[in-house]
Write a protein that binds this ligand. Structure first.
Ligand code: C2G
Length: 155
């Protein structure tokens, strides 16, 4: 009987980016199957996060990734042990921003923490995107107009 090694992970995966893809790809490489718990909007409120992208779109994106075998809703902090059972997971992996936080599961699964991808985060993407918010563009236009006025008066 061939033993299928299942890897499990969790996340919000808001504004899906290369950091999310890298960790999912690397976690899949640790086994034969990868299942991913995607945090619901309600659970994100518990985590103190307000995703830009709604849950149904975030889980659709994650489940469409070729090396993700199944995506399921993550609704609570407490569901992980039941998930390990449900999916027969033998490895539980997260990015190392969670380093040490899930070691208490090591009686049930191998807990691994992989290095995060530098230079990209949902928070940073939100900041860059907000810079292009139309209110800021209007403000920029007004600033440029007043600079143009000053240049005209000086010339
Ligand atoms: N990640 C990464 N590199 C980045 C950004 C994120 O490797 N530049 C990883 C995180 O370490 C995490 C995964 O991508 O393993 C998903 O990140 P988030 O969507 O921010 O997930 P988080 O809010 O940390 O949710 O129960 C666990 C929680 O649901 C984890």
């Amino acid at each position: 009987m061939v033993l299928v090694k299942t890897v499990i992970t969790y996340g919000t995966f808001d504004l899906f980016h290369i950091g999310h893809l890298n960790i999912l790809r690397r976690l899949r490489g640790l086994g034969d199957r990868l299942v991913v718990g995607v945090s619901t909007d309600e659970f994100n409120a518990v985590k103190g996060k307000r995703p830009v992208v709604p849950f149904n779109q975030r889980i659709d994106i994650v489940s469409s990734i070729k090396f993700v075998d199944e995506a399921f809703p993550e609704c609570t902090w407490e569901q992980k042990r039941a998930d390990f059972e449900r999916f027969g997971a033998s490895i539980f992996g997260m990015g190392d921003d969670w380093n040490g936080k899930f070691n208490h599961f090591s009686d049930k699964v191998e807990v691994v923490y992989l290095t995060r991808t530098d230079g990209i985060s949902t928070t940073e993407l939100k900041r860059v995107l907000s810079a292009f918010d139309e209110r800021h563009v209007d403000e920029l236009k007004r600033t440029l107009d007043s600079i143009g006025q000053i240049v005209k008066e000086l010339s």
